[in-house]
Design a protein around this ligand. Sequence first.
Ligand code: UDP
Length: 140
Amino acid sequence: MAVTRTFSIIKPDATRRNLTGAVTKMLEEAGLRVVASKRIQMSKEQAEGFYEVHKERPFFNDLVSFMVSGPVVVQVLEGEDAVKRNRDVMGATNPADAAEGTIRKSYAESIEANSVHGSDSDENAAIEIAYFFKPEEIVG
Ligand code: UDP
């Protein structure tokens, strides 16, 4: 299995509850290495651009408001089959459906405030990494 990269966000519900370390520990225990990380306050424009694919969805405006409601931690994660590995440890979008031992089962508050984002394909991972990080900020 190839070593690849994915993009992760620790969302405002998790930073607000001081869960940055707890979430990162679960990512690391799942075999992912944090090769870039920064805590930022996303602007409305940045959040709208990031979630552009969802702009026709009914939850779009609420999601953007939530994502700018507090700081987030954006990360690049590296590991074998990183996209799938991260999606597996994140758990289902709705914490009510998330499996035991996943980040969302452990920490998510709701389908919106669900603690983490993770890219859903290698192609989107590359786009999302480039949206927040310069190549020199990533140290593998
Ligand atoms: N979301 C929401 N309501 C929904 C579905 C999704 O607020 O009914 C939010 C939630 O924060 C989710 C994000 O929109 O993580 C992106 O949705 P997606 O379906 O891509 O889920 P994910 O890939 O994050 O599991």
